[in-house]
Design a binder for this molecule. Structure first.
Ligand code: ADP
Ligand code: MG
Ligand code: MG
Length: 929
């Protein structure tokens, strides 16, 4: 027996179920499910995604047995409908619809009204007594079949239609009479013939066959591929094909079609939300051809259908226990459901609905936590326009609040151009402004900060895609008159050129000319609730990377349990509010003389062993000036660093703080231009030439592998000493003056060999002992730790040795990736994109931790380290600490905490909670087996 490829739904029951999404696609599985729970779904059948897979593997041919199964199901459908496919008297008409396991709105193509030809059209007209609807259905069929199946450009049909509308002064499509539509049909047939060099196929079986082929082919059309790429959709077999009995929303004023959401997809509010159009078919609502009406209006014009629809809304939410996005059609007062799927939502809506549904006892806290995409929380942390400022000014124009948030940027009128301008770095903030958007615009939308359209509703392409991308969108602003040719638009008489700056308020649907100020969002309410639940659930600790008191305050507000990385080098750059050069000048001076001091000291040591008095005196004299400059510089830096640490420790209010000693190569700080060099020369009272020589001598061919990290402290111990003193003194001051507990964790960067750490640790301990003695302090007062970064592969594989000396490890996965994969972070941009495209790496390993490779270093180091030091504390401070997949990995290998930028903390907290829930689920399935 051949495999089952086709699944029937209709007559009150279906062969499929929601759980069969992978096989039947989302649309097919849910049509089956809706049929099974007794909703009015036009009957039909679904050809499985397996066929799509086999179709491609088999040189675009169906697997054996496939045609027979389609025929058998057609016969079954004819029986249920009591109509015959191609019957000239009472034809069965169907739609052919694509639908993959993950919904890809607008990406794949649908053909409606299939089965029509000159003869069956007559039957349809006779039977319905509706001549206009018949011709309308036929012209749509020719257009869709021509465009989707045969590749005749849609605009050719559109152009002809516009011409005929103009000729008869028809404003909307619905204004055309049956006779005029007949003229449209004959023009369309000509366009079809010209475009395909053949007559329009009248045999419904051929129509069906060609259409199913076309749906399968659309799986690999460029925009579907692009959509999958942008949305990171991988591992699907293909699309399914749904063949479904047609119902007609274009049968006059008692018919219509619409789209609705069981809750508000922008805010999450528990209110029925949607749009519809009377006397319309299929995509008219989504395409924004006429402006649709809000669903509440239907209660007034067709109470019966509205009441039914509301009952279905409740039934669907009770059944799916999640917000649904549904399509419906009313045929002469009779309501039909054509699609349901989990509705796309903004992050704000996702959070609100998850919390509300827990309150309504529909879902558990764990389900609520799993329902929110950690990355999407980023949207909530985005700024809004200052409400006070907004209250005072009038928007230039308004439209629909299609996707919330605020965006300020340069107006660009074409998606392609937006991509180019973005890539060339001409504009980084773009407001893509279109009459309406279409799936071809997806790339341009992706690089834009906000989307603005002149046409289309809340369910238009622009709105749906923008919400999915988490971008602000104002849709359907009829105040805009856009001219693509001149690259301008006018808003109530005012002209705006490409490149001009506008501000979009996607939450209110307003457009402002010029730049508005933004404010930070609130972190309380439902968002706070989700975060609380996440914190109760997770085991992994969450810390932040922060170098300043200000960032530390933000970090604490965003839930940091400590700081996982303070980079001290940032403290040597000038701070706002301080005199220019306060920090960088002494730091430069220190670098300039450090090597000289080192060499002279070594010479002096040598001279001392030979007891060459003359030489000793000479060297001592020579050393005096640079040594003074060295010590002066360090002395100038010490209080500055101490002040910074005090600020950070205070902001932390007793939480631990990992401070990393100086890491980057010194030449990064040096003046490379004559102006800065002369300044230094003047300050240090030496010739510019000497400055230039030092700069030259510090040049390295490969600074990333050069004199940096712990190597600096090993050659210039005073730098380490100064930093450690600053940390410990700051800790003592804050403890004593502010009565705040301080838990400093001193971290040595770039250890490859345990001996590097042993020597550095001795230096640190010595300095601490001295500082404690001077201040009459002790380790009980300041319970410090000394640990190291693990960022060199050698360190990871000798972690057992290192853990004998280190009290904690912090994985620096940026460097570890760089050195472990063997490509420089600064140069890999070009080929890494290709690598990901080619599938060499699944993700950019600098963004998502490469779990099989670099992750193994982490895993190994944790296990080796704990073997020799069971109390070893472990964390991660690379960029990966705020990336959900990597956070979950850190949980699985048993790290104590992740550390990330303050703004990614909520993401890390939620991802860490999800890791616990996923672990539970995995254990459950393990037990079952
Ligand atoms: P998409 O995935 O792009 O939404 P669909 O397959 O859902 O494509 O179909 C496009 C439009 O055609 C939708 O508005 C849908 O409701 C409508 N449609 C599809 N099948 C039928 C049908 N059998 N009868 C009436 N309308 C249909
Ligand atoms: Mg649809
Ligand atoms: Mg590093």
């Amino acid at each position: 027996m051949t495999k089952k490829f086709v699944y029937f739904f209709g007559g009150g029951k279906a062969e499929g179920r929601t759980e069969m999404k992978a096989l039947l696609g989302g649309k097919g599985a849910n049509l089956a499910e809706m049929t099974n729970i007794g909703l009015p779904v036009p009957p039909g059948f679904t050809i499985s995604t397996e066929v799509c897979d086999l179709y491609y593997k088999n040189n675009k041919r169906y697997p054996a047995g496939m045609d027979e199964q389609i025929k058998a199901n057609l016969v079954k459908l004819e029986k249920v409908m009591n109509k015959k496919f191609g019957d000239p008297k009472d034809p069965l008409l169907v739609s052919v619809r694509s639908g993959a396991a993950i919904s890809m709105p607008g990406m794949m193509d649908t053909v409606l009204n299939l089965g029509l030809n000159e003869k069956s059209l007559k039957g349809l007209i006779k039977l319905t007594g509706n001549e206009r609807m018949g011709w309308d259905a036929y012209r749509r069929f020719i257009n869709m079949f021509g465009d989707v199946v045969m590749g005749v450009p849609h605009h050719e049909f559109e152009h002809a239609l516009t011409g005929i509308k103009k000729k008869y002064r028809a404003k909307n499509d619905t204004d055309l009479t049956a006779k005029q539509l007949k003229e449209v049909v004959s023009t369309y047939l000509k366009i079809y013939k010209k475009g395909t060099k053949e007559n329009f196929p009248s045999d419904p079986m051929i129509q069906l066959k060609k259409s199913t082929h076309a749906v399968f082919s659309s799986w690999n059309n460029p925009r579907a591929i692009k959509y999958r790429k942008i949305n990171d959709i991988k591992g699907l077999l293909g699309t399914a094909v749904n063949v479904q009995t047609m119902v007609f929303g274009n049968m006059g004023d008692t018919s219509g079609t619409g789209v609705c959401f069981t809750r508000d997809p922008s805010t999450g509010e528990d209110k029925f939300y949607g749009e519809y159009l009377m006397n319309a078919q299929g995509e008219d609502v989504v395409a924004g051809i006429r402006t649709p009406l809000p669903i509440s209006q239907l209660a007034k014009t067709d109470k019966k259908s509205y009441t039914k629809l509301v009952a279905i809304r409740n039934k669907l939410e009770n059944h799916y226990k999640d917000m649904q996005d549904v399509e419906f059609t009313i045929e002469q007062g009779e309501l039909y459901m054509l699609q349901t799927r989990t509705g796309k939502r903004t992050a704000a809506a996702a959070v609100k609905m998850a919390v509300d549904m827990v309150k309504e006892k529909r879902i558990s806290i764990e389900t609520a936590l799993m329902r929110i995409d950690p990355n999407s929380l980023d949207q909530l942390l985005h700024p809004m326009f200052d409400p006070k400022e907004i209250a005072k000014i009038k928007p230039a124009a308004s439209g629909l609040p299609a996707s919330p948030g605020a965006a300020v940027g340069h107006v660009v009128f074409s998606a392609d151009e937006a991509e180019k301008l973005y890539e060339s770095k001409k504009y980084q903030n773009i407001i893509l402004t279109r009459i309406e958007t279409s799936p071809e615009d997806i790339g341009g939308m992706n690089v834009s900060k906000g989307i603005l359209t002149a046409r289309g509703g809340m369910t238009s392409h622009a709105a749906v895609v923008a919400r999915g991308m988490g971008k602000c969108c104002v849709a359907g602003s009829s105040d805009l008159i856009i001219n693509y040719k001149t690259k301008t638009m006018t808003i109530k008489g005012k002209t705006i050129k490409q490149g001009d700056v506008v501000s979009l308020d996607g939450s209110a649907g307003n457009i402002y000319v010029g730049k508005l100020n933004t404010v930070e969002p609130e972190l309380t309410g439902t968002f706070g609730r989700i975060m609380k639940w996440a914190d109760q659930t997770r085991r992994l600790g969450v810390r932040a990377n922060s170098d300043t008191p200000h960032d530390t305050e933000i970090a604490v507000e965003y839930g940091a349990e400590g700081i996982g990385l303070t980079r001290t080098e940032h403290m040597f750059f000038d701070h706002p509010g301080e005199k220019a050069g306060t920090r960088i000048k002494p730091f430069r001076q220190m670098i300039m003389v450090a090597e000289k001091v080192k060499i002279l000291r070594e010479d002096l040591e040598a001279a001392k062993t030979t007891e060459n008095a003359k030489e000793i005196a000479k060297l001592e004299k020579e050393l005096a000036k640079p040594l003074k400059q060295y010590k002066d510089a360090l002395a100038a830096l010490l209080p500055l660093q101490r002040k910074d640490f005090e600020g950070i420790f205070k902001a932390l209010k007793g939480r631990p703080c990992t401070v990393r000693l100086l890491d980057p190569p010194l030449h990064e700080f040096l003046p490379h231009e004559i102006k800065g060099q002369s300044e230094m020369a003047k300050m240090m009272n030496i010739p510019v030439k000497e400055i230039q020589q030092t700069v030259e001598s510090l040049h390295e061919f490969n600074p990333m592998l050069g004199h940096r990290g712990c190597r600096l402290g090993l050659t210039y111990p005073e730098v380490t000493q100064m930093q450690v003193r600053a940390i410990i003194e700051a800790a003592i001051n804050v403890k004593r003056n502010n009565r705040i507990k301080v838990l400093p964790e001193i971290m040595v960067p770039l250890i490859g060999h345990v001996n590097e750490l042993t020597i550095t640790k001795d230096q640190i301990e010595e300095t601490i002992a001295e500082t404690f003695k001077n201040k009459k302090a002790s380790k009980t007062e300041i319970p410090y730790l000394i640990g190291t970064m693990i960022e060199i592969p050698r360190a990871a594989v000798t972690a057992d040795k290192i853990a004998e000396v280190a009290e904690f490890f912090s994985f620096g996965t940026n460097d570890l990736t760089q050195m472990g994969c063997g490509f420089s972070r600064d140069d890999a941009g070009k080929f890494l994109t290709d690598y990901v495209k080619m599938g060499v790496y699944e993700y950019d390993p600098f963004q998502v931790l490469d779990q099989d490779g670099i992750g193994k270093f982490v895993d190994t180091a944790v296990r080796l380290g704990r073997k020799t030091n069971p109390k070893l504390k472990t964390g991660i401070c690379g960029e990966h600490g705020g990336e959900p997949m990597s956070v979950k990995f850190c949980h699985r290998v048993g790290l104590n905490y992740v550390s990330c930028s303050p703004y990614r903390l909520p993401i890390a907290r939620l991802a860490a909670a999800q890791a616990v829930i996923e672990e539970k689920l995995a254990n459950k399935t393990k037990k079952k087996k």
